[in-house]
Ligand binder design. Sequence first.
Ligand SMILES: O=c1ccn([C@@H]2O[C@H](COP(=O)(O)OP(=O)(O)O[C@H]3O[C@H](CO)[C@@H](O)[C@H](O)[C@H]3O)[C@@H](O)[C@H]2O)c(=O)[nH]1
Ligand SMILES: [Mn+2]
Length: 740
Amino acid sequence: MANSSSSLPPLCEKISYKSYVLRAVDLTIIGLFFSLLVYRILHMNQNDTVWVVAFLCESFFSFVWLLITSIKWSPADYKSYPDRLDKRAHDLPSVDMFVTTADPVREPPIIVVNTVLSLLAVNYPANKLACYVSDDGCSPLTYFSLKEASKFAKIWVPFCKKYNVKVRAPFRYFLNPVTATEDPEFAIEWEMTKREYDKLTQKVEDAEDSHWLNADDDFEAFSNTKPNDHSTIVKVIWENKGGVGDEKEVPHLVYISREKRPNYLHHYKAGAMNFLVRVSGLMTNAPYMLNVDCDMYANEADVVRQAMCIFLQESMNQNHCAFVQFPQDFYDSNADELTVLQSYVGRGIAGIQGPIYAGSGCLHTRRVMYGLSLDDLEDDGSLSSVATRKFLAEENLVREFGNSKEMANSVIDALQRKSNPQAILTNSLEAANEVGHCPYEYQTSWGKTIGWLYDATAEDVNTSIGIHSRGWTSSYISPNPPSFLGCMPPGGPEAILQQRRWATGMLEILFNKQSPLIGMFHRKIRFRQRLAYLYLSSWGLRSIPELFYCLLPAYSLFHNSSLFPKGPCLGIIVTLVGMHCLYTQWEFMSLGFSVQSCIFDVILKLFGISKIVFIVTKKTMPDTKSRSRNGPSQQKDDGPDPDLGKFEFDGSLYFFPGTFILLVNLAALAVFLIDLPLSSHIHGRSGSGWPEACGCVLVVMLFLPFLKGLYEKGKYGIPLSTLSKATFLAVIFVVFSVGK
Ligand SMILES: O=c1ccn([C@@H]2O[C@H](COP(=O)(O)OP(=O)(O)O[C@H]3O[C@H](CO)[C@@H](O)[C@H](O)[C@H]3O)[C@@H](O)[C@H]2O)c(=O)[nH]1
Ligand SMILES: [Mn+2]
């Protein structure tokens, strides 16, 4: 492992992005919020309900801004130097790589195949890697595709290593044709590899509607199964037995699907992750575990080495890093908001106790996942005597990790940092099946204190709090080019469904036993880290004051009451809004995004809160095959897709609040403009006026995609049913606000 001589240059460096200008801006905004609140309190008795509601909303926004300022105060991340790794570490630690998939329709197997291939081909000793795919869909098609992929891997992996290919997901790699200047030997191999990849995609495509299933014994396990009703399936697709030539370059590949029965809780992805942890523990028991969603391929061959730079360096510094998180980047452009959020908020949190685990693109340490606290370790990283007694006693092992002797042994090895992988993977098949049974976790600590935690749909943030609460830190590295790329649903129903799942999942955390609200001052989580979790978990709640605030300007116009301060104090709110807009614009633009993209941000946040199940988001990929058939000459002139980034609507209730807000504000503006010539005579100084009208204009601008949706047709237009319901409610709203 790492050699501790300190004369060598470090494997990684912490980079601080502290900026006094940004701090000043953040503090000024807090100051403005504060003045506004004071003004509202001083004038409370001269104004009516609007004033009180505005005061409440603004108090909430001020609090959120306080949290944001605390988060962004000292941003940092790590830069790693993978080139230095070979000199430092003679024997790199092994890594188990996990991929989760759940639905062969929403997550087409060819996407899973590409992710798996990109992992099998990473730049790391093949005998130190193993790839496990968990399939919650129990799909023979996925299994078949992976089998075919493992054959192609014997061509693909050596090809990538020979030519030092950067992007090792074939569907991305083959987007760029070979250029004429390339070495002829390379060109021939490129053509050959591409042909094989095309064959693979063809086979996967054809398999969708063929009936080979019954003919092949290997698929027997899948007969008469339903995704939510079947026994455990564990299949070693490819075992790296050392061997010679190309074969020894391909790491192990294992397909697993845990038992499911309709009357058992399966805990979605977290349940799948815990099964992955157990099966890999039985088979290879690597000290590190990389996990990605099935659409997140490794975009950079050195990913694992980059993370190792942190782990191996940290262990020398006694810095106790539990996991290394890469940012979630996307190859389709539906995720601008998320990218911006990660860049500022992500790095901010990374500078406190370490980034929050984001569910994908992360390397975890197995020991930490087995529930260890920082206190359980001696300085040299071995278990303390108290921890040894606590964790390694046989009855404890059974109680915590379940009733499997093999599992208990593998846990002991892992906690004591002895890797002891199985000489022959298939020897562990029986034990692996056993730990996949529905009742296996019953009354154990899986999902409670061990592994991925269960009591929230946002299992990532929840698990992350658990780790930070035990005193561990984590590290964030965001190399350029990005290490992992995934896909995001386009703006519209799919995106809102996803955001709603996130919002509710995080809200569950606010109220579960790990809540950042309770126990603010005990446990080993740092205070500002807790504030960061509070910011994230209360994210969904923000929609309520935001919704009210969007209706206030219109209400005040109808009701002729003033919403904003009068006279020079109006300057407070103008500066506040102006500064905030400019600031957000700057954040987006400095990362190279357009102005429009930040508008989606606001809109997507305005939607519902209720309990929700984990509906897997739909994944799509660019069509490499049709491109290649057109020949390289036509590749470049694919103009920009005119529908790209357009907002889609459907008849669901999600679009109702947005449409309603838009209509109310448009109506208020219309009334204001008609009334304008008269109003100066009728209304006194206390009523509403231009500032409130400007407020309405601002709201309409925020809802620009909805405004466009009023005119567009088809899926880009707001459906008539939503429109009529929203109109109906808007009329009631107008009558109510005028009448009082
Ligand atoms: O019952 C389930 C449901 C989902 N998944 C897998 O979980 C992953 C994430 O699901 P996806 O629908 O892509 O959700 P996203 O919203 O895109 O995922 C983000 O948010 C999730 C939490 O809400 C995290 O788990 C993810 O890692 C994070 O990328 C996918 O690989 C799924 O196959 C399962 O294995 N079993
Ligand atoms: Mn996803």
